[in-house]
Design a protein around this ligand. Structure first.
Ligand SMILES: *[C@@H]1O[C@H](CO)[C@@H](O)[C@H](O)[C@H]1NC(C)=O
Ligand SMILES: *[C@@H]1O[C@H](CO)[C@@H](O)[C@H](O)[C@H]1NC(C)=O
Ligand SMILES: *[C@@H]1O[C@H](CO)[C@@H](O)[C@H](O)[C@H]1NC(C)=O
Ligand SMILES: *[C@@H]1O[C@H](CO)[C@@H](O)[C@H](O)[C@H]1NC(C)=O
Ligand SMILES: *[C@@H]1O[C@H](CO)[C@@H](O)[C@H](O)[C@H]1NC(C)=O
Ligand SMILES: CC(=O)N[C@H]1CO[C@H](CO)[C@@H](O)[C@@H]1O
Ligand SMILES: [Zn+2]
Length: 805
């Protein structure tokens, strides 16, 4: 168990499904996960009928248009004429209403040829119906309506905090990976002999990591020796006198960084927000065993001290070191660091963390570190040829923290610093030592999770390979489990979602013309990263990608260090050679928007049930995948995304009053979501943090409306195939397609979570709880109220609605 990740577990839990979905809980984690905050989403016909729908929507459109004209024309008309006109319109309206009601009735009558009777449709139909609780009125509680059956049938695994459709999908992916890793290389007949050779070598790298991890006997035979060898090379304790003044501490940090250990702060490449496709060196706070918030709980601190002490006792000779003093010093020092940490919510705001500094500014502000020396040696260790001089710009992401760190370092004795640095090495690498040393880890983990968490070895080892060679794993994953035809289908969804946004923007009264025109340009410029990058299938490129990863079947820990080296080299080399590799691997069950690229990324791993299935009708896929793409697109215009322009540079393209209008509209969401609660294990109500979840909330709301409109656009654009692609599912002949669209949307969020964990999430996860991701959104959706005919002020159709996009 990697305790550094426990912070990450809670902070990123819903973002990092791998962590959520035990038994695949263990990860090395993306070493610089926090360097750049990213937008991620965790998650989750008959001609007549088509005509009916378009008649219905035409009626609505006509009505709206007439109302408009009436406003404009009224003053110009002669009174008499005006009244006549009105009378006529009243009659027309009545007729239309009658027609509309008739349509609604007829809508539920399908001919047999309208019904999809393929095996896939029958299966989907059963899955969707089984998940529902049709005893509930959809206008009362749509979450229960869509997911009630699922919640009744699905148990949270005993070793897990929660279960959801997304977790199940992610486990499916992890199983595919495990199966790939467990077998021998399979010759790919489509490749030339040269390529086959490269393919085999690449695959065997995966196998080496996997086998080395699985070979417990070999690992156990070495005991704690690999760690002691590292200490021998690092000489942390021996060098302690040099930490007092001069460059001793800086030199020691460089050494530790070389092995992938980052006390005090970590360093990485960061997008230059003012110059798209360029990178700068950034650094931010780092170096705690648990996440910041934990350090204020005394009970936890008692357990943490015990954990530290017990491990130290296994590693050090008690005749040479005073274990109790060491444990006390380390704990007290980490508490100080935790106290100095900047809360993670601040790190969501570029205005807060994007601080440019030169070396001389850094030296003046934080003189305990020789920054020039540090960066020069750090880059030299990676063989990166880059001139660090007085003008070089760095991004100082956590200035408040570094100021306090400087003071802490001033007042701390060198022994404590040495103990802390030694502990950092343990915290990084302890899990790779023999199993007889893991007792304290298990004890502490049981305490933290409130029960025993057992991860099967194969799960741990597949996760490890997935971390260390994610793109290579992605290549075999895609070859094994991804249907190439999916890409064009997803592209079409993108096209229609973009079109719906482009049609939507000019209708926003709160946007002025200039801002609105620019917003449309931004939509058009959004990059689409779908499923996997093409270089994945280019064996030469893939071989080159992993050339720095040197693997030794006899050196488990050494392989991890080699990986960390490769990782940070790739990360930092971008300041010299900007490359924009994908930030997530294809097998990831997720999608995200990345503002500095202005890109939406929908990975192969999430292109499966309940988000997408090529055999399912379009209205089901738009409720899932359509919503996902719409959500990510809306992130381009949320509180963070809107600060970036169409090229991905951070610029203000908003007029003052429009920006004010945005804030006012956003406030409506804050108030609305703050009112929502969940029930904790103590039976009390806990409120959602409307401020914290705002960006996600805005995106959820925009996402569903865009998906719905995009689905309608898809039928208008391709009327010929629309019928074929929107056949009704066999169990749903009493439903309209529009209703099924919303049911499909609701079901992507079916989930269950232990109440104690759910309460913690309110402050850890910037997404609203699943239930509210469904109900909050639909309460704001006029489309939804119409489609389910929900009376005004029924629970799912409040009169007051929030809307931004
Ligand atoms: C006034 O109404 C007529 C139809 O009643 C319409 O053709 C015309 O465009 C309207 N004028 C304006 C300025 O909208
Ligand atoms: C920092 O290290 C450089 C060597 O790269 C040295 O020339 C300089 O004097 C050091 N600065 C301080 C303030 O010690
Ligand atoms: C702000 O919104 C109001 C209507 O809500 C509108 O009258 C005003 O023009 C908007 N401001 C700008 C700059 O668009
Ligand atoms: C943004 O991108 C466009 C098109 O690629 C380019 O013409 C323009 O110069 C870029 N603007 C900036 C500020 O980089
Ligand atoms: C929040 O809930 C209270 C009580 O149910 C209600 O009076 C208030 O109008 C709600 N506020 C919002 C913004 O929905
Ligand atoms: C989670 C998140 O990004 N919250 C932001 C919501 O928007 C408000 C105001 O725009 C920000 O202050 C929050 O940081
Ligand atoms: Zn999101």
């Amino acid at each position: 168990m990697k305790f550094q990740q426990i912070g990450a577990v809670l902070t990123f839990l819903s973002l990092n499904l791998k962590v959520l979905s035990l038994p695949f809980a263990e990860r090395i984690g993306n070493p610089s996960e926090e360097i750049e905050p990213r937008r991620i989403e965790d998650i989750f016909g008959n001609n007549i009928n088509i005509q009916k729908q378009s008649i219905a929507s035409q009626l609505f459109r006509k009505k709206a248009k007439r109302q408009e004209e009436r406003k404009v024309n009224k003053s110009e008309k002669i009174e008499e004429e005006w009244e006549k006109q009105q009378e006529k319109e009243e009659k027309e309206k009545e007729k239309e209403n009658e027609e509309w009601e008739k349509q609604q009735e007829k809508e539920k009558e399908y001919k047999s040829e309208d019904i999809c009777m393929t095996d896939e449709c029958i299966t989907s139909s059963k899955r969707i119906l089984n998940s529902m609780d049709t005893t509930v009125d959809p206008c009362d509680d749509f979450y229960q309506y869509a997911c009630g059956g699922w919640m009744e049938q699905t148990e949270i695994p005993s070793n897990s905090a929660s279960i959801s459709t997304s977790i199940i999908g992610n486990s499916r992916n992890m199983n595919i990976i495990k199966n790939i890793l467990e077998r021998e290389y399979k010759v790919n007949e489509n490749l030339s002999p040269e390529e086959q050779e490269l393919d085999k070598n690449l695959f065997n790298k995966l196998k080496t990591i996997f086998n080395t991890c699985m070979d417990v006997d070999k690992i156990n035979a070495k005991g704690k020796q690999p760690l002691l060898d590292l200490y021998d090379k690092m000489k942390i304790y021996e060098n302690r006198e040099s930490y007092k003044e001069g460059d001793g501490l800086t030199e020691q940090l460089v050494t530790l960084n070389k092995y992938g250990v980052f006390p005090f702060f970590k360093v990485g490449g960061h997008t230059d927000y003012e110059k798209a496709n360029h990178y700068l060196i950034a650094f931010l706070q780092n170096g705690l065993t648990l996440s910041k918030d934990y350090y204020s709980y005394d009970v936890l601190m008692v357990e943490l001290r015990k954990y530290i002490r017990n491990i130290l006792a296994l590693i050090f000779d008690e005749n040479e070191r005073d274990i109790e003093v060491m444990a006390d010093s380390i704990l007290e020092f980490e508490k100080k660091i935790a106290n100095a940490y900047v809360p993670s919510i601040k790190l969501q705001n570029p205005q807060y963390y994007y601080n440019k500094r030169t070396i001389s500014e850094l030296s003046e502000k934080y003189p305990k570190i020789n920054w020039s020396l540090f960066f020069k040696k750090r880059l030299a260790n990676h063989n990166i040829d880059f001139d660090i001089n007085d003008e070089t710009i760095f991004i100082d992401m956590t200035p408040e923290y570094l100021e306090k760190l400087n003071e802490i370092l001033e007042e701390t004795d060198v022994d404590t610093i040495a103990y802390y640095l030694e502990w950092r090495v343990i915290d990084r690498f302890y899990e790779y030592l023999s199993s007889d040393l893991q007792g304290p880890v298990k004890e502490f983990s049981d305490f933290l999770y409130g029960g025993s968490v057992e991860t099967p070895l194969y799960g741990k080892c597949s996760s490890m390979v997935d971390d260390m060679m994610e793109m290579a794993v992605g290549k075999y994953f895609v070859e094994e489990a991804f249907d190439a035809n999916t890409k064009p289908a997803v592209k079409e969804v993108f096209k229609n979602i973009k079109q719906s946004m482009i049609e939507r923007i000019p209708q926003m009264e709160w946007l002025d013309k200039e801002t609105s025109d620019y917003a449309i340009e931004k939509v058009m410029m959004i990059k689409e990263n779908i499923a996997y990058p093409d270089y994945l299938l280019d064996l030469e490129k893939m071989t080159k990608k992993y050339e720095y990863l040197e693997l030794d079947p006899d050196d488990y820990l050494g392989n991890v260090i080699s990986y960390l080296n490769m990782y940070y080299r790739n990360d930092l080399i971008r300041i010299v050679e900007p490359t924009s590799d994908w930030r997530y691997s294809p097998q990831t069950f997720n999608g995200f928007y990345y503002p500095p690229d202005n890109s939406i990324n929908i990975l192969a791993g999430i292109l499966q049930t309940p988000f997408y299935d090529s055999h399912e009708p379009d209205y089901i896929n738009y409720g899932g995948l359509g919503m996902l793409v719409g959500h990510e697109l809306t992130h381009a215009f949320d509180g963070t995304g809107r600060q970036f322009d169409k090229n991905g540079s951070m610029t203000n393209w908003w007029s003052l009053s429009t920006a004010e209008n945005f804030s006012n509209a956003a406030q409506c969401f804050v108030d609305q979501y703050s009112n929502y609660t969940i029930v904790g294990s103590d039976g009390k109500n806990y409120n959602v943090d409307g401020e914290f979840t705002l960006n996600e909330n805005i995106s959820d709301n925009g996402g569903v409306d865009r998906a719905y409109e995009a689905w309608k656009i898809s039928m208008e654009n391709d009327a010929l195939n629309a019928k074929q692609r929107n056949k009704i599912l066999p169990d749903f002949t009493q439903y309209t397609r529009d209703q099924l669209f919303f049911i499909s949307f609701g079901q992507i969020w079916c989930s269950k979570m232990r109440p104690e964990v759910a309460v913690q999430y309110l402050s850890k996860d910037n997404h609203a709880p699943s239930e509210w991701r469904v109900k909050g959104v639909l309460r704001n959706s006029k489309h939804f109220a119409e489609v389910f005919n929900c009376p005004v002020n029924s629970p799912m159709n409040p009169e007051q609605k929030c809307s931004i996009w």
